[in-house]
Design a protein around this ligand. Structure first.
Ligand SMILES: *Cc1c(COP(=O)(O)O)cnc(C)c1O
Length: 457
């Protein structure tokens, strides 16, 4: 009999609700704080986000219905396959059963369209015509451009200058879907013009691009533009939980009541939350599941940073968020997993770590690329550099299971493919990559600047 490699659900089995972790946290979420240290109100966010998404952002409801129109778009690639990594298991000689949720099958090649489609739909419902956003390596810009095409919204992406010049293919994907992609800093905003006047040759930064995207949204005189963020916020985590909810149904199909270990890589936290939160729900209700967030040693937010209030961006435009943070002035080393270089972490993921509902692992990029190559040569799919962190962590756990002689079930999120990131693989294969551990002293000096900020409870 042919072995069952892919566990599939049909369209009618796709989840009809998203799961919100907020009401199940052991201690209540600290609120975001505005200027003066006071909790921000929904009205204060209204120029930036549509009210229906702000309602989701602050919702205490455990289950939130996925509108049928959104489900009718998600079926362009969902439900995504759950895959048994037989070839990887054989290469490792492990008794563990390794499963991965393959989010690379989306049109943009990652999990990001799960929230891009939902956000575009809610904006459209609210009468919004145009979305702005920033993008570093380009994954979020491509996902939002795809969503804009499907929902008939104009999408404007401010792409960090250095990536705009070095990564033309992501920009071309955005343009193919009708997204407008400009290099940031641009001459289209006051923030951009100010920077260009002082530093005409600047490579740009995510902080500058965020400032430009927010300014472009709030200064539209028609009031029909809003800003969109691809990770970190509560509503983004919510939209991604469809990943874990599908995975549960798929495991049940092969008779697995619960995995022993659940793993995701962590940048802003959204793909991790998407897979893990529905299993954390079981954990809160008594199930014995180890949940691991994997991150780079060079950006050790979960493993080395303190739990504090910090801005989400370098320009200090965002409210203060309760999260593990390396300091908003953190300058990341140029490692190849661009999506994992964020200084902070989603407040919901931060709260889960604080509550002991998950643990974290830091991994060097050479171990990750080695894992990525082994995965490519066994399972066939070339992973995104971000995704290789989850693979490396799964391999560590599979080796541990071998030493212990235990037949554990390991589940990880395959957040995206690496077909646009082959330059990173080239650098690794030609010996040009080095490992970098972010020093404690640097974290301490970044955090100096945050003295006097309020502290979360
Ligand atoms: C953006 C991205 C990430 C990191 O973002 P999260 O919000 O932490 O999920 C990870 N993997 C891939 C493929 C990405 O595109």
């Amino acid at each position: 009999m042919t072995r069952m490699k892919k566990i599939l659900l049909d369209e009618s089995e796709m989840p009809r609700q998203w799961y919100n972790l907020t009401p199940d946290l052991l201690s209540p979420l600290n609120p975001p704080l505005g200027p003066g240290g006071k909790p921000i109100t929904p009205e204060m966010l209204a120029p930036v986000f549509p009210m229906n998404l702000i309602e989701q952002e602050v919702s205490q409801d455990r289950w939130i219905d996925i509108p049928e129109e959104i489900r009718n778009i998600l079926v362009q690639w969902r439900p995504s396959p759950l895959v048994r990594a037989y070839e990887l298991e054989e290469a490792l000689g492990t008794p563990a059963k390794i499963y991965y949720k393959n989010e690379s099958v989306s049109p943009a090649g990652s999990h990001k369209p799960n929230t891009a489609i939902a956000q575009a739909w809610y904006n459209k419902q609210f009468g919004i015509k145009r979305l702005t956003t920033e993008t570093g390596a380009g994954q979020w810009g491509t996902a939002l451009s795809y969503a804009g095409a499907l929902l008939g919204l104009e999408v404007k992406v401010f792409m960090v200058r250095v990536s705009f010049d070095q990564k033309p293919f992501r920009k071309l994907m955005m343009q193919t879907w009708g997204g407008k992609c400009v290099a940031s800093p641009s001459t289209e905003t006051q923030a951009g013009r100010n920077i260009l006047e002082k530093y005409p040759d600047t490579p740009g930064s995510l902080g500058i691009a965020i400032s430009e995207a927010v300014e472009a949204a709030v200064t539209d005189p028609t009031g029909q533009t809003r800003y969109s963020l691809g990770s970190v916020l509560n509503h983004v985590m919510l939209h991604q939980t469809i990943i874990g909810l599908e995975a549960k149904k798929q495991l049940a199909k092969v008779g697995i009541k619960k995995p022993d270990i659940v793993i995701g890589c962590c940048g802003g936290g959204s793909n991790f939350a998407g897979l893990a939160f529905p299993f954390i729900y079981d954990k809160v209700n008594g199930a014995d599941i180890q949940v691991i967030g994997a991150e780079p040693f060079s950006c050790p937010t979960l493993t080395k940073a303190p739990f504090i209030y910090d801005h989400g961006d370098v320009a200090e435009m965002t409210p203060l968020l309760p999260m593990y943070s390396l300091g908003h002035n953190f300058i990341p080393a140029p490692i190849h997993a661009g999506g994992l270089r964020y200084h902070g972490m989603a407040p919901l993921v931060s709260a889960a770590l604080k509550d002991g509902l998950m643990e974290a692992q830091a991994i060097h990029q050479s171990e990750c690329f080695e894992a990525g190559l082994l995965f490519s040569k066994t399972e066939g799919i070339i992973p995104a550099p971000e995704t290789t962190h989850a693979i490396a962590s799964a391999i560590r756990e599979a080796k541990k299971a071998k030493e212990e002689g235990k037949e554990k079930v390991i589940l990880f999120n395959f957040s995206g493919h690496g077909l646009m990131d082959l330059v990173g693989y080239d650098k690794y294969m030609t010996g040009q990559l080095s490992d970098y551990e972010y020093p404690e002293s640097e974290i301490a000096s970044n955090l100096e600047k945050l003295k006097g900020y309020p502290l979360p409870k």
